[in-house]
Each structure stands twice: as C-alpha cells, then as structure tokens.
Design a protein around this ligand. Structure first.
Ligand code: AHR
Length: 510
C-alpha cells in the first residue's frame, strides 16, 4: 500500500543569475550501445528486409525517438565487447559470423558494422565515440580502422570504404583507447596500460581534413572503476604520466565507470519493489558525487587547467536480470526510480561540468538502464528516456549555481536530501530549472528566489507516477510520462509545488 501523502514540505531555493558557471557540455547526455543482448540487434538493427519499418536496416521508430532527445554521441561497439571486436569482420558485402563470448556466448553476425553504425549516427544526428580494441587487437588494426574511416586520400582502405558506399571520409569525434583494461579489457596494471595508451595515442590517427585544426578527435584513456585505492592509484598513475607527456602522445579524457548496484552480483529487482529498495538504490547512486570529486581532486593535482575531461562513459542502475531472460543479456525494466536516479546523476555531472564534460548512460536500448525497450515491432519509451527529453534544454547551456535548503527524507536508517536542483541559462538567455523531489511520500513546496531576473512564471513539465516502481510497458506505455507544469511568480518569487517522487523541468518566463 502506498504511504499517505502528507503536507507539502517547504524548501527554499536561491539562484543568482548574474553568476554564470561552466558550460554543461551536451556530451554529458551521451549514450552507450554495445553488442550485448538486444541492444544493437533488434534494438537498432532489424535488417533491410524486416517488416519493421526501417531505413537501410535501422528501425525508424527508434531513430525518431532518439532524435527527439538530441543524442549528442554514441559509444560503440562496447564495453567488454570492444576488446574482442575486429572491425574488418563487420564491413563489406560478406560478413564474418563470430561469437560474443562476453554476453551470453551468442552468435555475432557482424551485420551491424562500421557502415551501419555510421549510418545510424547520421540518422539520429549524433557523433561517433569509437572504442578501439586494445585487449585482443593491435595498434595496426586500430590505426587501419581509423584510416578506413577518416582519410580523404585515395588509399586502398579509402577505396574500400568507397566501394562499401561511403566515398567521403567519416568524422570520428571521440576515440576510446581500451575499455576497463584493468579487468575485462586485459587485466592490465596501470603501467602496462600506459605503455599501450602511448602507442595507440600515437598511431591511431584521424585523417579527416575537417578534423585537423578544429573539431579534433578527442582521445579518452581508460580510467577508474570505483573509489578504492586500486582505482585512485590508477587515476594517479595515468594523470601523472599525462603531466609529463611528450609531443608523441596525448589524451583528452579519462574514462570512469560507476554503476548503481549496491553490491555485486546485481540482485535488486528492476520492478516489483518498495520504498526500502527505492531509498537504498538512491542512497547508492548519490555516491557518484564523492567518486567524481575524489578522482577530480587527483586530476586537479596533475592537470590544474582541467584540460583532461573526466568522462563517465558507463553509469546507470544495474539490477537483476528479468526473470526468464538470458542473464548475459542484462535485460531489466526501467521504473520511476530510474527517472529519479537519472536526474540525480545528471545533476551531479552538471555541478562538476568544469571537469565532467562527457557521460554515457548504460545502455541505450534494451540493456541495463535503457532509454528504449523493444519487442519485435513494439517499442516503449522508459521513464529515463523522458528525463533525457526534459533535460534537452540543459545541453550546452551555462550552469547557474543554486543554493538550496533541501531538508531531508528519511526511510529506516537511510536519510537523503529531500530535494535536488540545478539551473542553467540556454543560448537564448532563458533560465531553466530542474528540480527532483526525492521524497516518495511528501510533496515539496519550493520557493525560488531569483536574483538578477524578474520572473513572472515558470512553464515546463513534470514526471511522476503512482508508485516508486511504476513502469511503462508495451501494453501500458503511458504510465510514466511527463505532464504539463506551470507556476506563477509573486513579488519576483516563484512557488513550485512538486509531487512526491517527481522530476520537474521548467523555463522561467520574464
Ligand atoms: O555495460 C555492461 C558492461 O559493464 C560493459 O561491457 C563493461 O565495460 C562494464 O563492465
């Protein structure tokens, strides 16, 4: 039974618009698509002969949904899969059929390869974040992949690309050099990885003429996977080497992976849970803040100018596999709890936008904390999808600091901040507020004082549902969808009444 809704809790929020902060990089809203379960096959790729409406084999419904959330970049082909991926098996008219030992040991048909991924990006309007194979590949293999993709010169590889239907060089915005090289990517020591990083950074070149001076490809090194000494030592070793790097190698980002799981193996249910699991998961997700700050502090020591971005390129809720699903497919439902979890993490990234300039939620479709679930011709958008949609105005907006007297929400021995909020000014100068009421039982009355702006009203959307584990299903796709929201200002102060367990995004009208 749902707990009774008590009186609204009053929360004071203060924003000084005249003190802008860093840019909230649109790449914080990046996605991750691995060859894993139904993430790529069925989720994106159905093949040109499918009855499911598609463009060159890529599902039209998924493309339309992703365009609406303005996906800035997609990380591909993995994950652990990337360190076993050999790109030549996925190009040309004849594909090599291989296996996917990491994820269920299933057949990997390689029908979705380089051409299809770049076509997919083109269809959704996103940039490429390629993860190259350091674990079981070679620098030569990776450098030839980049030559195949990016050269405008008539080399044999460029002619092969042309024969495969793309005469013009592709753009590759981001290059991930390995994945979790401390674990599934080869169990390397920091020093062993560093020697690989230097070689890959030197020889895996982007030749696209349009990416030489401007829009240079950013190279992302493997970074930590937690907060324990093993991880801080890893960050320290890579950043120390970066500080002393010579002309012959470079890096622009350090990756960090952190899932909300509470304990391994993931055992929390993704649906059919109550307030206790809601509170436990949200407590665990808020640890992202300390993790970001811990690794940022090490990075600051070696890179005070913040040239290297902290790239949280795998994050999200990781729960028990859905009953009856292949456990290697990492299939889970996505509930209102995930919407709150997503908002809290996006807020953490935005508050650290000077260092955290890219993040990729895991994973885009049908895997872990997905935006979209599909079942053959059916598609449903998840509560997390709607948070990404509501947060679109924050992409490339300027961060504006918020002071908040949030109060607390307590359940059993867990106490969390009741409310979380960020603010930003978009390119047109409009102020946006995103406010999450974590408390699942009490609404919150937010009194917003705005300095430097004469607010008249706030207009936007709010996302909530009847239960903490409310989900959208193929049969009931609209249980958790945003609803219009508005509030009036009096004497320059806005009062927003937020439902329990809700995420609200509004534009302040002057
Ligand atoms: O996202 C699933 C897996 O989690 C990725 O393949 C790997 O990098 C991480 O351990």
């Amino acid at each position: 039974m749902a707990a009774p809704v008590a009186d609204a809790q009053k929360v004071a929020l203060f924003i000084d618009v005249s003190k802008p902060g860093p840019k909230i990089d649109r790449n914080l809203f990046g996605q991750f698509a691995e060859h894993l379960g139904h993430g790529v096959y069925e989720g994106i790729w159905v093949g040109p002969d499918s009855k499911i409406p598609n463009t060159r084999g890529i599902r039209n419904d998924v493309v339309a949904a992703l365009k609406a959330i303005k996906v800035p970049n997609v990380r591909w082909p993995g994950g652990c899969f990337a360190d076993e991926y050999h790109w030549r098996k996925g190009i040309g008219p004849q594909r090599t059929v291989t296996l996917n030992p990491n994820w269920g040991g299933v057949i990997e048909p390689n029908t979705f390869g380089t051409t299809e991924f770049m076509d997919f990006l083109d269809q959704i309007g996103a940039e490429a974040y390629l993860s190259v194979n350091v674990g079981s590949g070679t620098p030569q293999e990776a450098s030839e992949w980049l030559e195949y993709l990016t050269t405008a010169q008539p080399t044999t590889l460029a002619k092969e690309r042309d024969a495969n239907g793309h005469p013009a060089p592709y753009k590759v915005a981001f290059l991930g050099i390995g994945n979790e090289s401390w674990d599934c990517g080869g169990n390397m020591t920091p020093n062993h990885y560093l020697s690989q990083l230097k070689i890959y950074s030197r020889f895996v070149r982007n030749f696209n003429p349009a990416q030489q001076d401007k829009q240079q490809m950013l190279k992302i090194a493997v970074g930590p996977g937690g907060g324990e000494p093993r991880w801080t030592e890893w960050t320290d070793a890579i950043m120390k080497a970066y500080q002393n790097h010579t002309w012959s190698w470079d890096m622009n980002g350090l990756s960090m992976h952190s899932y909300t799981v509470v304990k391994w193996p993931p055992s929390y249910a993704s649906v059919g849970f109550g307030e206790t699991e809601y509170a436990q998961i949200l407590k665990s997700t808020l640890e992202m803040n300390d993790l970001v700050e811990k690794h940022s502090a090490i990075m600051d020591k070696y890179d005070p100018e913040k040239k290297v971005a902290l790239v949280v390129d795998e994050w999200g809720g990781w729960y028990a596999p859905l009953p009856g699903s292949n456990p290697g497919f990492l299939a889970q439902q996505n509930s209102l709890r995930d919407a709150v979890l997503a908002a809290l993490n996006l807020n953490i990234f935005a508050r650290h936008a000077d260092r955290v300039r890219m993040a990729n939620i895991a994973q885009m479709i049908n895997v872990l904390q997905a935006m979209i679930l599909t079942d053959k011709e059916k598609m449903v958008l998840t509560p997390t999808y709607y948070v990404y949609k509501m947060y679109v105005p924050f992409q490339d907006a300027t961060f504006v600091a918020v002071s908040i007297d949030a109060g607390t929400y307590t359940h059993g021995d867990i106490t969390l901040p009741r409310v979380d909020a960020i603010a930003a000014k978009d390119k047109a100068g409009k102020l946006w507020l995103a406010i999450t009421n974590v408390d699942p039982n009490q609404s919150a009355e937010i009194e917003v004082t705005l300095a430097g702006i004469n607010a008249k009203s706030a207009v936007g959307e709010t996302l909530t549902a009847s239960k903490v584990d409310s989900v959208n299903t193929f049969d009931a796709p609209n249980s958790v969808i945003p609803k219009p929201f508005s509030a009036k200002a009096q004497d320059g102060k806005l009062t927003l009444k937020l439902a329990p367990k809700s995420v609200t995004v509004v534009a302040v009208e002057q």
